[in-house]
Design a protein around this ligand. Structure first.
Ligand code: NAD
Ligand code: UFG
Length: 348
């Protein structure tokens, strides 16, 4: 049965792709987003692709009255909770903002959900909670580590809050999804990742070097104990990740309590492999220099994704070449992200 789903942070990178997937699957979608790291243009384009629009509420998950009114306005069966801040470096400079948005925000949301009698929740967590993994691939039963930054700690705190909530009341059904490294864009090139300022993550940085917005990539360390000395990560296409949320929603219908699932491709690529794959997709060269290791980085991190396959019936459909082709299509069609479209609107 199709239902009404609230998506917090639905205008953002992963949220917009998931909003599209839900609309295409026939669900009614309400997006709540304060647009602190996104623009409405993403949802305009989602509507264009889906042939219908999600409802949009501009506001903050920390606003208890707003949440109450959203839940009172229409019956919502489940919440996908993406809203939060995600920049590791910024979190060390503004820890309170991270605890407010990521921990208090999650608390406020759960409070409002419980008050409204809504108990199905899918939470965006991160592989960062594993800290420095003692072995790879990382299974969900690996102990969580000690995150090295306030962002990681805020995700771990939110997970612990949800564990306690699920233990306290068996009406709650919660899926904690630990994402590995989301990359790529919708194959249409209409929606994608639109970082503000200089990107922190590898693929957006490479893309901006390729279009000439940034001079060169700094490869953070080539002396790790990995096959080519550079860091290895589990990159997952954002469309596969979005589909994982649909499978998790379905799983909540059949299983009580809280479950934790890794969403990753189950294999790792090095920074050098990523550069080469991007160059192949774009036909451009990506100049780079070797820089010192970045503080807090681990050598290698990839998922054992077997649990999600077995229990959610989910696996990845996209290869590295798809990630690169789609990232490049998005970047080349939208060199200034969604701002290109806003500028056009202003000119018209
Ligand atoms: P994003 O910044 O593109 O999307 C987050 C959205 O939440 C934005 O649209 C932002 O405006 C909104 N938002 C932030 N604080 C809010 C608040 N208080 N109230 C309402 N809206 C708010 O980020 P994303 O990459 O789409 O990430 C989505 C979620 O996935 C985040 O929780 C993030 O921590 C998690 N995650 C992301 C990655 C990644 O590499 N992208 C990896 C692991 C986990
Ligand atoms: N890297 C570079 N140069 C750059 C950026 C990154 O060499 O300019 C390297 C990093 O050292 C690392 C790899 O590219 O080896 C990937 O780095 P990202 O910053 O893209 O991703 P991380 O694995 O460091 O972190 C990401 C998210 C976190 C999340 C984590 C696990 O940014 O929020 O994945 O899911 F917690």
């Amino acid at each position: 049965m199709n239902s009404s789903i609230l998506i917090t942070g639905g205008a953002g990178y992963i949220g917009s792709h998931t909003t599209l997937a839900l609309l295409q699957a026939g669900h009614e979608v309400v997006v709540l987003d304060n647009l602190s790291n996104s623009s409405r243009e993403s949802l305009t384009r989602v509507a264009q692709l889906a042939g219908r629009a999600p409802q949009f509420v501009e506001g903050d998950i920390c606003d208890a009255k707003l949440l109450q009114s959203v839940f009172a306005r229409q019956p919502i069966q489940a919440v996908l909770h993406f809203a939060g801040l995600k920049a590791v470096g910024e979190s060390a400079l503004k820890p309170l903002a991270y605890y407010r948005n990521n921990v208090s925000g999650t608390l406020q949301l759960c409070q409002a959900m419980g008050d409204a009698g809504i108990y199905h929740l899918v939470f965006s967590s991160s592989a960062t909670v594993y800290g420095e993994p003692s072995l790879v691939p990382i299974g969900e039963n690996c102990p969580v580590g000690i995150p090295t930054n306030p962002y990681g700690r805020s995700k771990l705190m939110a997970e612990e809050l949800l564990q306690d909530l699920a233990r306290s009341d068996n009406r709650w059904r919660i899926a904690v999804l630990r994402y590995f490294n989301p990359v790529g864009a919708h194959p249409s090139g209409l929606i994608g990742e639109d970082p503000r300022g200089i990107p922190n993550n590898l693929l957006p940085y490479i893309s901006q070097v390729a279009v000439g917005k940034l001079k060169e990539l700094a490869v953070f360390g080539d002396d790790y104990s990995t096959p080519d000395g550079t860091g290895v990560r589990d990159y997952i296409h954002v469309v596969d990740l979005a589909n994982g949320h649909l499978r998790a929603l379905e799983a909540l219908e059949r299983r009580p309590g809280l479950g934790v699932w890794n969403l990753g491709a189950g294999r790792g690529y090095s920074v050098f492999e990523m550069i080469r794959a991007f160059e192949k997709a774009s036909g451009l060269s990506v100049p780079y220099i070797i820089a010192p290791r970045r503080a807090g980085d681990v050598a290698e991190c990839w998922a054992d994704a077997a649990k999600a396959e077995k229990e959610l019936g989910w696996n990845v459909k996209h290869q590295l070449s798809d990630m690169m082709n789609d990232a490049w299509r998005w970047q080349s069609l939208n060199p200034d992200g969604y701002r290109s479209a806003n500028d056009l609107d202003n000119i018209v």
